[in-house]
Design a protein around this ligand. Structure first.
Ligand SMILES: Nc1ncnc2c1ncn2[C@@H]1O[C@H](COP(=O)(O)OP(=O)(O)OP(=O)(O)O)[C@@H](O)[C@H]1O
Length: 245
């Protein structure tokens, strides 16, 4: 279980907090769609949960342990963040998918089994395995980047805008994978702008506005049509703010 207790994040240069007083809990089996307009703090919240940034006030707990008492490397063994950036650092597709398991010192045979299993689940064709990221389309890069996170099978999977480059079939397949594998003891938190995608996998929706968690609802209580409208009007307001700068 993950717990956030009145967590705030400030930037050294901006007075207004970037995340303000966030309190919530993630229970085993939760699949959370983290939503909100651009700049509302979704990526920051994921980075905070991944231990990449620290709160200026409040506390985070993984199980009963305060993040301050968890070594960052072991925290990230259990909580994996997949960023929208998709560089494979010069590795081939196969090496890049196996690499997170090698880092975790998993025996070679098990690495081979797990990589092959995820190649099959994600329908990654054998002919792209020897390629490097510069030889891949942005859609393929995003898919491989997801494979690198999924193969770890972390306790908590954090995805930041995973569908930006995916086609509808891949999007559906990702929603199905989240539903199949992030249940029971496992948890997933997925930042997304896409209400269709969110409605396909989520058990809960967090809605951030100006760094505040203004809604935390079980999916059964979400009125998707109304929600899409609110998101759209807030996106328009943000776009107008940019136009006025
Ligand atoms: N390292 C940082 N230092 C200072 N401000 C930051 C930092 N990272 C993000 N911000 C600011 O925090 C706010 C939230 O940014 P964040 O990237 O979390 O938004 P988001 O909801 O993920 O947006 P998008 O949907 O566009 O990805 C923005 O105003 C951003 O400028």
């Amino acid at each position: 279980m993950l717990k956030l207790q009145q967590v705030s994040v400030k930037s050294p240069i901006i007075l207004k907090p970037l995340l303000l007083d966030i309190s919530t809990c993630v229970q085993p089996g939760d699949r959370i769609a983290l939503m909100g307009v651009s700049g509302s703090g979704k990526s920051l919240l994921l980075r905070l949960i991944n231990g990449l940034i620290s709160p200026c006030s409040g506390s985070l707990y993984f199980g009963d342990t305060n993040y301050q008492n968890i070594d960052p490397v072991s925290l990230r063994q259990k909580i994996t963040l997949v960023l929208p950036e998709t560089r494979l650092l010069g590795m081939t597709v196969y090496e890049a998918i196996a690499y997170p398991l090698r880092l975790r010192k998993i025996p070679k045979d098990e690495i081979t089994t797990r990589v092959n299993l995820w190649l099959e689940r994600l329908a990654i064709p054998p002919d792209i395995l020897p390629l490097t990221d510069v030889q891949l389309s942005s859609r393929q890069q995003q898919w491989i980047s997801l494979a690198r996170g999924l193969v770890i099978q972390p306790d908590i999977l954090l995805l930041d805008e995973p569908t930006a480059n995916l086609n509808p079939q891949q999007q559906q397949s990702l929603a199905q994978i989240l539903t199949d594998f992030y249940r029971g003891e496992n948890m997933a938190i997925v930042a997304t702008h896409d209400t269709d995608f969110a409605s396909q996998f989520a058990t809960r929706v967090w809605y951030l506005h100006g760094g505040e968690l203004v809604d935390d609802l079980p999916v059964e209580q979400v009125n998707w049509a109304q929600f899409t409208e609110v998101l759209h009007s807030q996106k328009t307001a943000v776009a107008q703010e940019w136009d006025n700068l």
